[in-house]
Design a protein around this ligand. Structure first.
Ligand SMILES: [Zn+2]
Length: 235
């Protein structure tokens, strides 16, 4: 995989990664501004590089595997617009290893420490019974479960999930209270939403759950604030 920079006749420069096949483009590229075909220009660059650079490795069948297939999507780097990159045919461009995207910073949720993977599982323990319960109550899942059992399942999910979510980074009782409030709130909002709609999309379920869980989040902030105040009073 190497990076190619092509300058279009309109003046626009764009770059993309390509695994050349016989020093040719295995796919077509087009200018992101004027949509003019840039494949021939890219082929010229590839041929020029092949003339100057040492012979490329022979293409083994493994290279042709689907996982190594070139991505058809054109990656246009906006950095290329600002600084005009020198298109030097004599020297091959540095092969930039594609590094994984930087890890998103872990959320603290206001608790002392970041959520571990184990803590994150607690959210699912809260969420799953609430979503399933909402679907059963609204008739989306055609099984008869007495409402009391649904309520118990959601409450248990909230207790256990809240416990898992806070374990090791705060008082578990606070997590358990918040878990129950979030689970029941999420269930209520889902049930209300599904009752009023014949079909429900996944994102609607997510939104309804977040709205319903909002009091739980609020309670979490309140508890954190109280605990912080108590902590500073004791010290
Ligand atoms: Zn163009």
């Amino acid at each position: 995989m190497r990076e190619l920079k092509v300058q279009c006749d309109c003046g626009q420069k764009f770059k993309f990664d390509v695994e050349p096949v016989n020093n040719q483009m295995p796919f077509t590229v087009a200018c992101p501004v004027c949509a003019r075909d840039g494949t021939e220009k890219a082929n010229l660059l590839l041929r020029a590089q092949a003339g100057a650079a040492p012979a490329p490795m022979p293409i083994s069948p493994a290279v042709a595997a689907p996982s190594m297939a070139p991505q058809p999507a054109l990656r246009v780097n906006p950095v290329a617009y600002a600084a005009p990159p020198p298109i030097a045919a004599a020297s091959p461009p540095p092969i930039r290893a594609s590094s994984p995207p930087p890890k998103a910073s872990l959320k603290h949720d206001g608790w002392g420490q970041a959520e571990s993977d184990f803590n994150k599982k607690g959210s699912y323990v809260v969420l799953v019974p609430a979503v399933l319960g909402g679907m059963v109550s609204a008739g989306y899942i055609p099984i008869e479960i007495p409402p009391l059992y649904i309520f118990i399942a959601i409450a248990l999910g909230g207790l256990v999930g809240g416990y898992i979510n806070i374990l090791g980074r705060g008082p578990v009782w606070a997590g358990m209270i918040v878990g129950v409030v979030m689970g029941i709130g999420g269930y209520g909002a889902l049930y209300w939403w599904m009752q009023n709609h014949n079909s429900v999309r996944k994102y609607e379920v997510s939104i309804a759950f977040v709205v319903g869980a909002a009091p739980g989040f609020g309670l979490q902030y309140l508890l954190q604030w109280l605990l912080k105040r108590r902590g500073s009073a004791e010290s």
